[in-house]
Design a protein. Structure first.
Length: 379
């Protein structure tokens, strides 16, 4: 049973799908692991580190993929990569399938069994496989670091002989996995932190981290959490009330970090151009939702925009990839935990249980067909 780890081909991707630690674990399951040369370089992992863990280094992607039963990736394979995948192989990656139905169909056509890690159910058994959480947590941390770096001042209150520096005020909008870590990080750095969300459950979480909660707590708010634990899209009326409440607060903030998302919908617009206009020069907005349309009207994907009134709006892409060593380490562990369930340990071979709820939730393609219920009709 051969496992291939090709280098990521998307220009900005710095992560890698296996680390020496997970290579060792796969070897322990009786697998042979082949890593394309340089695959771990951006994450600080050298070919020699993989070799020391028992992997073989391949000179090219084609060489790495030859004869592979399992292919581990961070991103969905590109068209040219798909052409090089061995028929019948399992490909495990974040597949980003929405809006990319043609690429999902291409994976089926190539006769590979593709698994989308981001569809892993958020149940206790699969927590260790939850790439959304492992990566969002790091994005939340990094958002504060990026915000602090753009902010030309210190975050904690400092009483010095030369005078007192006031603590920075940080407002976190959206308190899911990323938002909670942003709050915790901002608190550790000494900022005065407030946060908002539309899900009532977040109030206690925010307060337990020592931050203050701010939200329109009306009847709609009480119903805003779906059975799956996610936020609903709020009504126009609620959004207007929310904007009214947050507008005066945002004007007083030094750093605003936005992380608000609604599954399957564009990110809610929470910061208008007028709100940005009301902020002090030198203040910073970090928009973690920029890849999904942005929470701030003026955010530009991949850019740090400075507005006419001197507000910086940070729209970095692939924020977990800005901490490649840590994000690769956690992502690789998520992948190992899932792939391990697809292997018969006694026989040391692939044995996918297609009735397992984790497999059912994540499998996009099988035996040349698109099988995931969200995509099979459209393919
Ligand atoms: P997400 O990335 O989908 O959204 C981020 C946050 O934005 C959410 O808290 C959401 O409520 C908020 N939001 C949406 N619209 C908003 C608006 N208009 N204004 C303000 N905030 C808004 O969320 P996530 O980080 O994936 O977490 C979603 C839920 O899943 C949470 O309850 C989390 O605790 C839970 N979760 C459970 C597990 C598990 O049990 N294994 C793992 C991870 C997350």
């Amino acid at each position: 049973m051969r496992i291939a780890v090709p280098a990521e081909t998307q220009g900005a991707e710095t992560r890698v799908a296996a680390t020496p630690e997970t290579v060792r674990k796969f070897k322990g399951l009786g697998a042979e692991v082949v890593v394309e040369t340089g695959a771990g370089k951006a994450s600080g992992i050298l070919d020699a580190d993989y070799e020391a863990a028992g992997a073989t280094i391949a000179k090219t992607a084609a060489e790495a993929l030859a004869g592979a039963a399992i292919v581990l990736k961070v991103r969905r394979p590109s068209e040219s990569e798909i052409a090089g995948l061995p028929a019948g192989a399992l490909v495990v990656a974040t597949m980003d399938p929405y809006g990319n139905e043609a690429q999902v169909a291409a994976l089926a056509k190539a006769n590979v069994d593709a698994f989308a890690m981001e569809f892993m159910p958020r149940i206790t058994r699969a927590q260790v496989m939850d790439v959304l959480s492992s990566q969002a947590n790091l994005a939340g941390y990094r958002a504060v670091i990026d915000g602090a770096a753009e902010y030309g001042r210190a975050l904690p209150m400092m009483m010095t002989a030369a005078g007192t520096v006031p603590a920075a005020k940080i407002f976190v909008m959206g308190v899911g996995v990323a938002g909670l870590q942003a709050i915790a990080t901002a608190r550790r750095l000494g900022a005065i932190v407030t946060a908002t969300d539309v899900r009532p459950a977040t109030k206690e979480q925010v307060e337990s981290l020592g931050a203050k909660f701010l939200a329109v707590e009306d009847e709609e708010f009480k119903q805003a959490q779906t059975a799956g634990g996610y936020a609903k899209e709020m009504s126009k009326e609620y959004q207007a009330k929310q904007a009214e409440l947050t507008a005066s607060h945002i004007a007083k903030q030094d750093i605003v970090i936005t992380t608000a998302l609604i599954p399957g919908r564009p990110a809610p617009k929470l910061i208008s151009a007028a709100m940005v206009e009301s902020m002090k020069p030198g203040s910073v907005i970090v928009d973690l939702a920029v890849e999904r349309g942005g929470n701030c009207e003026l955010a530009n994907p991949g850019e740090v925009v400075t507005t006419g009134n001197g507000v910086k709006i940070v729209g970095h892409l692939n924020v977990p990839g800005r901490l490649p060593a840590t994000s690769s380490s956690l992502y690789a562990k998520n992948l190992f935990a899932f792939v391990e369930t697809l292997i018969d340990k006694a026989e040391k071979k692939l044995a996918v249980n297609w009735d397992d709820e984790l497999v059912k939730a994540t499998a996009l393609t099988k035996d040349g067909a698109v099988i995931h219920p969200n995509f099979s009709a459209k393919a």
